[in-house]
Design a protein around this ligand. Sequence first.
Ligand code: FE
Length: 351
Amino acid sequence: MEFGRKRNKMRCHRFGVAWVLVGIGMLAHSASPAAEVNLYSSRQPFLVEPLLEAFRDATGIEVNMAYIKKGMLERLRAEGVNSPADAILTTDIGVLENHAQAGLLDPVDSRVLTNNIPAQYRHPDGLWFGLTMRARVIFAHRERVVPGEVTTYEDLAAPHMKGRICTRSGKHAYNISLLASVVAAEGEAAAEAWARGLKDNLARRPQGNDRAQVKAVKEGECDVALGNTYYLGKMATNEKNPEQKEWAAAVRIVFPNQDGRGTHVNISGAAVVKGADHRDDAIRLIEYLAGDDAQAIYARRNFEYPVKAGVPLLEMVESWGAFKSDAAFLTKIAEHRTVASKIMDRVAFDH
Ligand code: FE
């Protein structure tokens, strides 16, 4: 924890230094701004740094990254037109949409981005672009759940699942997006009935993160859990906390709704900040991240799926099997987040 904070400070400091250097450079030349991009990232440095280095090697453009774990929107809003940020990198459709709706992003019209990223995973006006994809799946205990017993999200609300399900808070962005996808597909009344049924089937009050649910399955507290796919990879290969390997080994992935609308997916993505000084270089960075080389590195490093078609998957991710994803546009799903959040309150999901 302490280490994390120190690193964080160091990054901000480095960012500050880089910014000062730009100032000097501009004084000396006073021509076009230096070839560089100031990036605010809520994605962890281990994930992003190799990509930024590869981008610099390929283009000569330096990226100054500030790692901002929480509060990026508030910071951009507070900095206003004085913000040094040219681009942001973050996870979750809801977070990206919040930045768009707060008027913090500028639209980008790029043939590379529209070619490489399927339309459902980017903003229709180019305000943000999905770069990696994760599915919100069911982790089922290998023995206690018979294959075919749970094949849909709707099954989680069925009587035979009573007392067998674990999940994190219903108000967490991942579960809000999932419920919003149910609203988009089935309407508000059906979504509320589903949320109520799911809540009634929980083995315990919502608590912990996605990994904690898999632990609870391993320990017999519940038989199935909701979770994002990449956590299974991160647990299965966790040398720092090897007990997580046992949690992962206890479950198999069920991709829900394969005979229907498909499994709910979410994204991590990028956007250009409104009024960015290094707009063109920021666009080049996002185009690079949507290219074949970066797509493979980026997705592999976090056990995610590339958004670009034809990019090879990590072996483990491939071993989970191909699946059909919900084809709904993520902007459409995001529109239902407020309703989803109210449903969670109405069914008192966390209580
Ligand atoms: Fe996550």
